[in-house]
Design a protein around this ligand. Structure first.
Ligand code: NAP
Length: 343
């Protein structure tokens, strides 16, 4: 029998109807054995070190949602995290190893299907990076840009939610590919960081703009070749109006729509036809086979300080509900992470 210890968890208390509130979650302390129970072949028992606040999580907090299974009420929610293996019945993972992937929002988790986990390949960089630039969001940026945008040197690119985990890397990859890059974000501080720290050519605060169509015309007088779509709604409509012929729209996400009971309509899809635009959605998990190739490119760029990464770390599992809610209001600057424990 393993040692039984207390395990603080973030529980889903109510299914979310429109915007997420902290009161939709609660904290509970339960008990867990620090040993894999018999009959759980292929499982790992982990201590969670970092949890990742990701926009898709709200979808699983709804009773019905578009593309992922809903969480169970009164159970811990789950998401991406970085964890240390305490016990393993999976042939690929050993006690003491560090992994990233889907885990529970709790201090310790029994992950029954450890096939979905990745080993942390490089200990030289901060472990929290595996919730962001070196984990799922980083892969999303890489796959979206190189597999779906067909970039060419000299092309113009617009990135929305540009200071987020995905947007900040997409913009920097586009700069390395020789594109002219403009980002949108929700505060002056974020706009300054995009221009002065992340190397975007231009950036604007969408909350201060009344007419997105006019705004994009100001930044792209000759039109947009690539729109990296993270927000949807009115911004998508304005981007379509400003696309050039044969432009590409990589549909990565639509965060402005995730808290709406009734999604916005997009009224100018006819531009897809008249301007011969290619607009294509993708889900990063279909492309995880590219992870080694992605690391080969991105790790040296980080180590040589050719790309910058912004993250905001909230301390303690108690801070997790507030950190997650903040995401949908743009409260954090950079990738929002929750530090649960040190190694
Ligand atoms: P993130 O780091 O959490 O950043 C999200 C940012 O979105 C917030 O900081 C906020 O910044 C902005 N935002 C929030 N509400 C908004 C609204 N109503 N309108 C405009 N901006 C809003 O997110 P991320 O991880 O970079 O994800 C970016 C997008 O990629 C999301 O749509 C996400 O769902 C999507 N995604 C897709 C995949 C995939 O497989 N396709 C994988 C990962 C992520 P501001 O201050 O700028 O408002």
């Amino acid at each position: 029998m393993g040692e039984e210890i207390s395990n603080k968890q973030v529980i889903l208390s109510n299914y979310v109807k429109s915007s997420l509130k902290e009161s939709d979650m609660s904290l509970r302390t339960s008990k867990i054995q620090l040993k894999i129970p018999s009959g759980c072949d292929g499982a790992v028992l982990v201590k969670n070190l970092y949890l990742s606040c990701d926009p898709y999580i709200i979808q699983s907090m709804r009773k019905r949602n578009v593309y992922i299974p809903s969480f169970k009420l009164d159970s811990p929610i789950s998401g991406f995290g970085v964890s240390k293996v305490l016990d393993s019945s999976h042939p690929n993972f050993k006690t003491g190893e560090l992994v990233w992937g889907i885990t529970g929002w709790e201090e310790y988790s029994l992950i029954k299907d450890a096939d979905t986990l990745f080993k942390v390949p490089d200990r030289d960089l901060p472990l929290s990076y595996y919730t962001g630039i070196l984990g799922m969001p980083g892969m999303t940026a890489y796959v979206g840009f190189f597999e779906f945008c067909s970039p060419k040197k000299g092309e113009t690119m617009f990135v929305s939610a540009a200071s987020g985990a995905v947007g900040q890397l997409v913009g920097q990859l586009a700069k390395t590919a020789g594109c002219y890059v403009v980002g949108s974000a929700g505060s002056k501080e974020k706009v300054d960081l995009l221009k002065n720290k992340l190397g975007f050519d231009e950036a604007f605060n969408y909350k201060e703009e009344k007419d997105y169509d006019a705004t994009l015309k100001r930044y792209f007088p000759d039109g947009i070749d690539i729109y990296f779509e993270n927000v949807g709604g009115k911004m998508l409509e304005a981007a379509l109006s400003n696309m050039r012929h044969y432009g590409r729209v990589a549909v990565c996400g639509m965060i402005s729509q995730y808290s709406l009971e009734q999604p916005d309509g997009v009224h100018n899809l006819l531009y897809l036809l008249s301007k011969r635009i290619r607009m294509e959605g993708y889900i990063v998990s279909d492309h995880y086979h590219l992870y080694p190739k992605f690391l080969e490119m991105v790790v040296p760029l980080i180590k040589e300080e050719k790309i910058t990464y912004l993250e905001n770390i909230a301390e303690g599992i108690e801070s997790a509900p507030g950190a997650l809610v903040g995401l949908y209001f743009g409260r954090s600057v950079g990738k929002q992470v929750v530090a649960v424990a040190r190694e």
